[in-house]
Design a protein around this ligand. Sequence first.
Ligand code: SF4
Length: 223
Amino acid sequence: MADEAADPRSRFSAETPFSYRCARCRRCCHDKLIQVNPYEAARLARNRGISTTAFLRDFLEGSVYLRRRDDGACVFLGDEGCTVHADRPLVCRLYPLGRHVLASGEVNFSRLEPHSHSEGVFGREGTVTGYLASQNIERFVAAADRYLALLSRLNRVWWGSPNELDGEGPEDDAGFPELMDLDRAVAQYCTEQGAPEPLDIEERMRLHIASVEQWLDANEAGS
Ligand code: SF4
């Protein structure tokens, strides 16, 4: 019988037999575009003890990707492995799996192609569910799904498209909400609301999303 989980082209379910043992060879942290959402940027910024404003400036390239060094290594890769392990983004937690949310809301997974010299070991001892449970992904998945829904609405309102970010937006972008700089957006929102800024990062995410939704509500009401 063909091994479904061994085929990188396969999409498989939470119960598909799957296991992966990282050999800490560090090769998989090279030459990858690691995209982060505002929640992940805020966690990484806090891990570094800086604001998201400084984080965007110093650790991102192309606005949403973790910066890479000249040798292709992720900016957070150290001699012993990931230096931000407790706050690593969702894609790093899922790896070597990819998570796909379909238009129907169904979620499935694929096996990503590992680095050609990776020493990681694939197997069938567990299931996809078991592997993901070991990676503490719940908060990261919840954040990813919330920002995906927000981005979809933002695209509809701003670009007139449900899926694309690469279209031309309106010429006058005054008032366009700050998407990635969560700390700045939350500070501004709390000032406007006359409320103290919460420290809890999940609560800060909730306010960030509320601030963007408030802007979207105003734009939809005025259109
Ligand atoms: S954040 Fe950590 S796990 Fe993810 S690519 Fe960078 S070094 Fe590797």
